[in-house]
Design a protein around this ligand. Sequence first.
Ligand code: FAD
Length: 448
Amino acid sequence: DPVILWLRQDLRLHDQPALVAAAHEAAVIPVYILDDDAPGDWAIGGAQRWWLHHALDAFGKALKDKGSRLILRRGDAVKELHKLCEDTGASQIHAIRHYEPWWRKAEKALGDRLCLHDGNHLAPIEEVTTGSGGLFKVYSSFWKALATRMPPEDPLPAPRSIPAPSKWPKSDSLADWKLLPTKPDWSGGFDSWTPGEAAAREAAKDFADRVNAYDIDRNMPSIDGSSRLSPHLHMGEISPRDAWHLAGGGKAALTFHKELAWRDFTSGVILDRPDYADANGRPKFDQLKWRRSPEDLKAWQQGRTGYPIVDAGMRQLWTSGWMHNRVRMITASFLIKHLLIDWREGERWFWDCLVDADFGNNAVNWQWVAGTGVDSNMWGRIMAPLVQSEKFDAAGYIREWVPELAKLPDAAIHDPETAGCRPAAYPKPIIGHREARQRALEAGRAAR
Ligand code: FAD
């Protein structure tokens, strides 16, 4: 009898332990199921649907080259898998383990039929624990524990061919899923991305040439200093072990390896706290009086706050489906502290706009910036956007994403209002920095 290979965020042939195990056993039926109900509010967002379409297309072709196919189904993943087992005579399902709460529920519901493999992390999440056996709440201690097990094992090679069943089950057509936007088609600015495993490996190799400068350059929004592997890693088009090794070993890659480890850390947090995307890590923040201002939220989403670095970031996000990490921190802090708008509003916007939208990474980072989380950050840590903009030399970045300001000199572009040269087409600052800071600190005190 054939076996099912259940694919989720692991669309790759290299370092795919579930595929290797399945192919070792019998003929393999690879299947991807689009389940928009199980995740509830966390169904895949708009930008990522664009990515998913191209990723599935690329992966289907890669499987074909190996003598296999990708079967597409839509609906309740557990039901579809049971149905597939009945229709094909398969009794085993192989899959890589994932930590999103809806996937854990589905994995449980599949029972003995399901054979789970580790492969989406540098080390199995349950095995990296504190002295008393719990999961870590603070990244720095997590890293210390993980580092004792690093480097990760060598990645598995891609199989030369994949045994095919004598009869294939029916598959949906990808086009029928309508994952791509039509009216309006907002994806024009996504053309800098190439989804799929081949492009992911290319990007990792290309990054290896820049890894020496990563430690400093990754913080500079005007420089292409980071790997831009996040959407590939989210969709599992490259494994973290492969990303680790392809970036090169030694000291030069240490900072990069530590960033990769953040993915593992956030999976531990959501394993421990499956409600983390919806609830404050520390309950005292349930008392916080957030402002409800649809206009201010919209100004933030559309990049019209009058703070150039914030507006540049929000426009980069909308246009390209991605935002530089330093600017993610600045824009998130601005929404939460300067506008005093609930971090969950920002988290949702990012979820819909990011091609790398990831349940654990998004929630943990939003709560980290807010200071509402289980980790050590504090509410009173308020980023000063204008200072950050200058410090990290964002002039070029602002010119690229806020064309109204493109003609301003470096000295004026971070804060055109104070410099007295704000063009009429560009909005006034939505709120003063001092005033906003004061208001945020007071709200934090009142919540105690
Ligand atoms: P690199 O600097 O090259 O890092 C390599 C990889 O390490 C990344 O691809 C990513 O997988 C991982 N990584 C790096 N930093 C972090 C981090 N802080 N937390 C978790 N993983 C990290 N990242 C997501 O993948 N999905 C999200 O939904 C997401 N939402 C975020 C929301 C906010 C408010 C903030 C501040 C950060 C968020 N991040 C998220 C983390 C980070 O900004 C991105 O992973 C990074 O910018 C991706 O670019 P890169 O691949 O070039 O990163």
